[in-house]
Design a protein around this ligand. Structure first.
Ligand code: PLP
Length: 396
């Protein structure tokens, strides 16, 4: 017996991809461009920092994170966004944001606000990071995917949300820079989202995990916009060292924002949240205090994006993402092309369909797309991009 809500969910994107390719032998030893899993190294000194506190592996880590890490997060937010947060009440370290993005739905949502009435809604972009969908469904809410397509500038049109869905909304996920398209919200966009959250009484979750992987201007953060428009009320921002520091395996991220929402999340995390080993929290402080390695990582991703765009030369709707390390290509039929790239060259890409929510007719706004994650070193990525472009040109 399992929770019947699970029936509303597909397998996670990468399990679906494995199934799609299972009966096709790879046609070469091409690269895996499917998962957004950084292959670059974090700074070499990270290991020394972990070793400094190896004694602490013997005890349980504090669910609230160490005061040292909370202070470092607050200091980083201040230097990045010019906002001053209370490290005790407005910041919460989490063991990677994936789990916490999932958890907050069940913390923030009351699945039966009015007995006999329809469930609350959770607004989310579409295509999207699949975790938002799973979180909403498992919390007993109705997911309402908002088209984030070429027509809407790859972010949901906040003025086109159906009034009925807005009226029942308890939570809204927005992602900037977005996964998969790499679009960044500007200050006006965040201000509008905050205004809606306050007017309709829902929680705004701003997923900013790609905020440091930008390719021109640093993206605006929801916190800095909130500071000028009524404070942290109803806002929680998520960020992570996974992409910023090539440290996805460290499992250190954080939430920051409305102290009531932080307190509620901590309360639930004390019951069942994953904690971060103290030596890793100690190392995370050093990462947050250092921007030199982040600049190098950012420059490397920008060079790979440049390499990709030069090869694609505007074909397949290729565009420069404001942030992140993905290329989002319109190839006509993403699933078919993903199989072909695997069969012809052993290159793995994710069909956009697997990064999207389905409409009632089974279609998704990602159907025509594939996502390329430029996570390998520059030479490997360039070779893979050459092969992708070569085969795309032959397939079209
Ligand atoms: C949009 C987005 N948010 C959150 C995450 C989770 O990252 P982590 O759990 O490593 O902090 C990812 C990871 O790929 C992501 O793409």
């Amino acid at each position: 017996m399992v929770n019947a809500r699970l029936d509303a969910l597909h397998e996670f994107a990468f399990a679906r991809l494995a199934r799609l390719l299972a009966d096709v032998p790879p046609g070469g030893d091409g690269a895996d461009l499917s998962i957004g899993d950084p292959k670059g190294a974090p700074p070499a000194w990270l290991i020394d920092r972990i070793a400094e506190r190896a004694d602490a592996f013997r005890g349980y880590p504090p669910p609230q994170g160490t005061p040292e890490l909370r202070q470092a997060i607050a200091a980083w937010l201040e230097q990045r966004y010019a906002v001053r947060l209370d490290a005790e009440r407005e910041v919460l370290p989490v063991a990677g944001t994936k789990e916490a993005l999932h958890l907050v739905a069940s913390v923030m949502i009351d699945p039966v606000p009015v007995p006999g009435r329809p469930p609350p809604t959770v607004l989310m972009p579409n295509p999207l990071y699949q975790v938002y969908l799973g979180a909403a469904v498992m919390a007993g809410a109705e997911p309402v995917p908002l088209p984030a397509t070429a027509d809407t500038g790859f972010l949901p049109d906040l003025d086109a949300i159906p009034a009925e869905a807005l009226g029942r909304c308890q939570l809204c996920y927005l992602c900037s820079p977005s996964n998969p398209q790499g679009t960044a919200a500007d200050a006006a966009y965040w201000a509008r989202a905050l205004e809606l959250a306050r007017r309709h009484g829902f929680v705004l979750v701003a997923d900013e995990c790609y905020s440091e992987i930008y390719h021109a201007e640093p993206p605006k953060g929801a916190l800095q916009v909130a500071a000028g428009t009524g404070g942290l009320d109803r806002l929680v921002v998520f960020n992570s060292l996974s992409k910023r520091s090539n440290a996805a395996g460290l499992r250190v991220g954080f939430m920051a924002g409305d102290p009531a929402l932080i307190a509620a999340t901590l309360k639930v995390r004390r019951y069942g949240g994953a904690t971060i080993p103290v030596p890793l929290q100690h190392a995370a402080v050093a990462l947050l205090e250092d921007e030199a390695h982040v600049e190098a990582i950012r420059a490397d991703y920008t060079a790979k994006i440049d390499d990709g765009l030069a090869r694609l030369n505007g074909r397949y709707g290729a565009f420069r993402p404001a942030g992140g390390f993905f290329l989002w290509l319109d190839v006509g039929d993403g699933e078919a092309v993903a199989r072909e790239l695997w069969a012809r060259a052993g290159i793995k890409v994710v069909p956009g369909r697997y990064l999207s929510a389905e409409a009632a007719d089974g279609r998704t706004p990602g159907d025509a797309y594939i996502r390329l994650a430029l996570v390998h070193d520059r030479a490997t990525t360039a070779t893979a991009l050459d092969a992708v472009v070569h085969h795309l040109d032959r397939l079209s």
